[in-house]
Design a protein around this ligand. Sequence first.
Ligand code: BG6
Length: 514
Amino acid sequence: MSPNSPRIDISPAQETIPPVEPCTLVIFGGSGDLARRRLVPALYNLLLDGLLPPNYAVIALGRKPMTDEEFRASVREGVVTHSRQALAEDKWQDFARRLFFVSGENEDPKTYADLKSRAEEIERNLSLPGNRIFYLSIPPSSFAPVCEGLELAGLATKPGAQIPYARIIVEKPVGRDLTSAQAINQVTGRVFDESQIFRIDHYLGKETVQNLMVVRFANSIFEPIWNSKYIDHVQITVSEAEGVGTRASYYEEAGALRDMVQNHILQLLCLVAMEPPYSLDPDVVRNAKMEVLRCLKPITDQDIEQVTVRAQYSAGTAHGKPIPGYRREDGIHPDSTTETYVAIKCFVENWRWAGVPFYLRTGKALPNRASEIAVQFKDIPQILFNANAHQPQPPNVLALRIQPEEGLSLRIVSRVPGTRAQTSPVEMNFQYSDVFGRPSPEAYERLLLDVMAGDASRFMRRDAVEASWAWVTKILEGWQKQGLRWLPEYTAGTSGPVEADRLIEKDGRTWRTL
Ligand code: BG6
């Protein structure tokens, strides 16, 4: 689209910013990877963009003893390496003096007493009103003791007349199957009201993911054809180039289905398939998404072999770097049957989508980091430019690219200039970075700001988490019954197992090249 799309420069300050009150963010798992790589850099970028409230504090909680200064030094390195915008020394100094560290075990009641007195002291010194957000960046097994610890220490104030608020952010994984997810929801729901709980799925903070609703409902051309009459199928792909890296112990217990499909991919599917909500009220939007999950056709034990593929990467190279086979990675069991790749064909059984397959795939150690939703429209009739059955015209595809180059493209067929009646597919391409004069904020920036503003639209509601686990648990049970001792393999750095190609090719379709 570029030549005709004028570049639009919007400074962060011109955005409509939700009102954000001064607050204290408490990060459980504060010395962990997520805090260092994503959360603290996100906060720092919000500060640079003038989006943080004027007064705030961040308290990280972690097991190993650290002084505030040591903590500041460790996250500074995280900001230097992972921040979207470069570190500016004066801004960093302002930011760093609002970072604090409290050490303690999540299971120890003393931790909460220490946290409370430290928070009160910091809030007194900085004249903060006592609004608190507790970020649980910890394994799900610690959710219960943390909620109970907060409750016992009087830190989990319920909403109501109290002016300072308490909110809790729950990181995924919310459980490992339906039963464990229900148990987590039960304990968080006993201590906090649903309106205080923000279950994070960082994909919902990504620019293109947010743009999905805008594309569908702010344009008149898509909605009339957004149904089984015009759409042949939908492909949702989240491809990652990295192997399991340093997260072996978590990943070995999770696998691609739990790690990516239960949350990120099903949320994308909901946004593509949902009915138009009648308003943007968080619960109206979340109700519309919930309807999709209710319509997802369960995958039965009889179907499992036909409609799911799971596989593991074997040794290979990606971008010139050798990657060991999954079962050879540090911390992985040599007989592991944890999948690093999954492909699924599924259906949303309602009037709009009857008979339209949704093909989902995700994997680690694939050729590229590339994620997209591709909506492929039906073939045109075999007449005129499509009369040659040996050379059918390629169908129209609307591809919404989530990463790395956020944007969207529409494939259409065009005439090739010249004297011969030749046609060729061409892409109309829109890239955010070309049109809008600044890079999109990282997902965690937007989501942290949402929590500070109390806006839950981009967070998962309890019923949605449980509905997606119900669907995924059925697949997990089906796989368990299959009792495979070895999974199919794909060489690291290649685009997935042949079994996944067969899954889609037997329907006369192909995966898009990423
Ligand atoms: C996380 C998964 O939720 O998402 C990781 O646990 C995965 O395994 C990551 O790598 C992908 O996120 P992104 O933003 O890099 O696509």
